[in-house]
Design a binder for this molecule. Structure first.
Ligand code: NAD
Length: 260
């Protein structure tokens, strides 16, 4: 029986998720793109993927901070194109503040999008993966799933939690042809970092470009950002047969940040 390879990449309208979608499409994997952008814009993006790579591509718009919205999204995908057998939980948000000033609504939002959403998509996607005896769950955690930085209580809690949940998923599914892993990027130049670049520029009285370089030097020996396309290549490798025994891991792609 031929294997269905259809990937849902949450948050694939921007940054790392978009780059992952490109790498999977180049390899001929059908896509379910997802984000907050209006349906009409997402449809154009899906059409562009189809034209460029010849893969089937659809877009679903859903705010995944809500559990019931995720249930509806997964039902919509199943009825529109069929089951998802590669799940990339990538959507994520950030907010920085000292813990005693951390806004409670931001805490709730970050835990919902960066952690709970991955629980819901995973629990809903697993039965189809198990049914075909093959599946891949790839969770985009962060270096902040492995180490901490100041002012990132919610983000670090969510990203550490994602690694824990991934390990449990891996244990439960290892004998069923389904792997679950985390990728842990360091600084990657995407819209997620814009506020942190601005804050660094304010605090150090530098320009925006100097702030970007300053942030890199503050954390990692590798003197550049992580390339989103390289993260996409790692996702693609984890989808390959060569990665069938890689499960329950958390892979840094962080320019040496966590080697300290
Ligand atoms: P980004 O802001 O470019 O993309 C985030 C995506 O998530 C967007 O498509 C957005 O629409 C989607 N999203 C956000 N909130 C959502 C919600 N409520 N419902 C549905 N979709 C929502 O950011 P990015 O840097 O590409 O981040 C992707 C992932 O990589 C995140 O999980 C982030 O934590 C992680 N990450 C990023 C970096 C970095 O340096 N940029 C480093 C480590 C990990």
């Amino acid at each position: 029986m031929s294997r269905i390879k259809r990937a849902l990449i949450t948050g694939s309208t921007s940054g790392i998720g978009l780059a992952i979608a490109h790498q999977l499409a180049v390899a001929g994997i059908d896509l379910v793109l997802h984000g907050l952008e209006p349906q009409v814009e997402g449809d154009k993006l899906a059409e562009a993927f189809h034209k460029q790579h010849g893969v089937e591509a659809v877009y679903v718009q859903a705010d995944i901070s809500q559990a019931d919205t995720i249930v509806q999204m997964m039902e919509q995908i199943e009825s529109q194109v069929g089951p998802v057998t590669i799940l990339v939980n990538n959507a994520g948000i950030q907010h920085t503040a000292p813990i005693e000033q951390f806004p409670v609504d931001k805490w709730d939002q970050i835990l919902a999008v960066n952690l709970s959403a991955a629980f819901h998509t995973t629990r809903l996607a697993v039965p189809a993966m198990v049914a075909q005896g093959w599946g891949r769950i790839i969770n985009i955690s962060s270096v902040h799933g492995l180490v901490a930085s100041v002012h990132k209580a919610a983000y670090c809690a969510a990203k550490h939690g994602l690694i824990g949940m991934t390990k449990v998923t891996a244990l439960e599914l290892a004998a069923k042809g389904v792997t679950a892993n985390c990728i842990c990027p360091g600084w990657t130049d995407t819209p997620l970092l814009v506020e942190q670049f601005k804050a660094f520029a304010r605090e150090h009285n530098t320009g925006y470009e100097e702030a970007k370089q300053g942030l890199i030097k503050a954390k990692a020996p590798y003197p550049d950002f992580v390339s989103p396309a390289d993260i996409g290549q790692l996702v693609l490798f984890l989808c390959s047969d060569a990665a069938k025994a890689i499960t329950g891991t958390s892979m840094p792609i962080d320019g040496g940040w966590t080697a300290h």
